[in-house]
Design a protein around this ligand. Structure first.
Ligand code: FES
Length: 199
């Protein structure tokens, strides 16, 4: 069997070609077989409106994220942006790492809901203190937590610093949903990354 891009199903077994085949199948669904040309490789450009989000499944294959993949109260879910127009995952820069957390929509204000995709919020996955990966969750206060020096960030208050030494909020990435899919609705609120010189 061959994909719309002419690859055989066997060629889709490696990680790189699986990503390319995912791009082909996603874009074919959205644009039809006469859609835009595709490229391979990685992209360092920051996420932008219209990008989707992908993560690796349990076998290390790329998976386009749906709203149902993100559970209320779970620790941050790691992902990278994916440009469906050219079939490229924006993983060329570590600063494009994104984390997702979810709240019950019924407890959010209209402003909070407007920044989320049905209660799913996206933030930079790189701590603005010294640049560690942000991976943890304070379930009691429902805050995003960086284990390196215990900075905490408030996901319902645009990533504001709740505790710890971080000098600025965790950059937020606005989201929307389209047919149960998580879609990026704009740019990071500020440039992601850690400060260079913090005591
Ligand atoms: S690097 Fe995150 S708190 Fe220091």
């Amino acid at each position: 069997m061959r994909t719309p891009g002419g690859r055989s199903s066997g060629e889709c077994l490696t990680r790189r070609t699986a990503l390319h085949c995912l791009a082909l199948s996603m874009a074919t669904g959205m644009f039809g077989e006469g859609g835009p040309a595709f490229a391979t490789g990685v992209d360092s450009a920051r996420p932008r409106e219209g990008d989707r989000l992908v993560a690796e499944d349990s076998e290390g294959k790329p998976k386009a994220l749906q709203l149902l993949d993100i559970k209320i109260g779970d620790k941050p879910f790691g992902a990278f942006p994916f440009n469906p127009a050219d079939g490229i995952k924006r993983e060329g820069s570590r600063l494009n790492r994104i984390i997702l957390v979810r709240f019950d929509s019924s407890e959010l204000t209209p402003d909070q809901l407007a920044r989320s995709a049905d209660g799913v919020f996206a933030f930079s996955g790189v701590c603005p203190h010294r640049g560690c990966d942000v991976t943890e969750w304070n379930d009691k206060d429902r805050m995003i937590l960086c284990y390196c020096h215990l900075s905490q960030f408030d996901p319902r208050n645009q990533g504001a610093v709740f505790a710890g030494p971080a000098p600025r909020p965790l950059p937020i990435l606005p989201l929307k949903s389209e047919q149960s899919e998580i879609v990026i609705a704009g740019e990071f609120s500020s440039e992601p990354g850690g400060a260079k010189a913090i005591d």
